[in-house]
Design a protein around this ligand. Structure first.
Ligand code: A2P
Length: 290
């Protein structure tokens, strides 16, 4: 026998820990199939999808990795965070879009995954950025900053989004142009991919409007989305009427600051916040930041 692990002494504490908690990894492990690094702060990846996992486009799940063993007990605990599923509900795999934080407990490690690696995925999807939480309307706005684009990457590839509304407007605001790239390519693929085009339909695709802005690096459209809504720039740029509770529905996903400020803007237009249990005009969720 040359396999050292076969002969490694097992401490009583470690054995007790193993016996007390059957390995939490195995039942919920999924395999990484693809990883794309967009900038030194952003990456996306795809993993296998459990056959039994059903979700509504826009929902999130808990995903992560095993943490380091506890120095005293040898016990490892899963390190999990809430991640919006970026792929649509019909996709056979699951996609996620993540920030990389160099000293972040999870993303400092997660950013190094490569195809073939395993991650933990708890198959219990939940969330408020779902069509069920909104009353019927004519226009739907998806307001994203940073990695807040993720739930909309799912919803924008879901035919229901286009069937439910006459116009679908996605705004994405980032500090720099490079941070818009994941979203820009997603929009391009929706417009040019044959399979997606067929699934969503040409008439439906014509309903899609993409409005990217940057706040720190020069780009064709600059400014915080809150300011661009308040001074009417967005409506002038798109040649559309202002937001009203009769016609407009909105989903918001960004930092806590963005969410709070945008809620005020939307309430200023007369919109009220909805929930799964009480659908109204807009819904909000915090984008994953660590
Ligand atoms: P800014 O550069 O002016 O802070 P972050 O990377 O910090 O999450 O920010 C993503 C984008 O969201 C940035 O363009 C940032 O603009 C914008 N942003 C952050 N906070 C707010 C807010 N409270 N209202 C509007 N936009 C915001």
């Amino acid at each position: 026998m040359t396999d050292m692990t076969e002969h490694s002494p097992v401490t009583q504490a470690a054995a007790a820990a193993v016996n007390a908690t059957p390995s939490p990894v195995l039942p919920d492990a999924q395999t990484v199939t693809q990883v794309t690094h967009w900038t030194d702060r952003l990456f996306s990846f795809r993993v296998t999808r459990p056959a039994s996992l059903r979700f509504r486009s826009g929902e999130f799940v808990m995903i992560g990795l095993m943490g380091d063993p506890d120095p005293k007990t040898g016990k490892q605990k899963p390190l999990l965070r809430a991640y919006s599923i970026a792929s649509p509900s019909w996709d056979e795999e699951l996609e996620f879009y993540s920030i990389k934080v160099q000293d972040g407990p999870l993303t400092s490690k997660l950013q190094h995954i490569t195809p073939g690696d395993q991650i933990i995925l708890r198959p219990k999807p939940v969330g408020t950025l779902v069509h069920d939480a909104l009353l019927p309307g004519k226009r739907i706005w998806f307001f994203a900053t940073g990695t807040g684009f993720a739930p909309f990457a799912s919803l924008l590839r879901d035919p229901q989004t286009y069937e439910d509304y006459d116009q679908v407007i996605i705004t994405h605001t980032c500090r720099d142009v490079a941070e818009l790239e994941y979203g820009r390519q997603l929009i391009d693929s929706i417009r040019s991919d044959e399979l997606l085009g067929e699934l969503i339909g040409a008439d439906n695709l014509a309903k899609l409007t993409y409005y990217p802005t940057t706040t720190r690096e020069e780009s064709p459209k600059m400014g915080r989305i809150t300011a661009l809504l308040q001074d009417g720039t967005v409506f002038r740029d798109l040649g559309i009427d202002t937001i009203t509770p009769e016609t407009d529905r909105a989903m918001v996903c960004g930092s806590i600051g963005l969410n709070t400020d945008l809620k005020d803007v939307l309430e200023g237009f007369g919109l009220e916040e909805g929930a799964n249990s009480e659908p109204k005009h807009y819904v909000v969720e915090k984008a994953f930041v660590g």
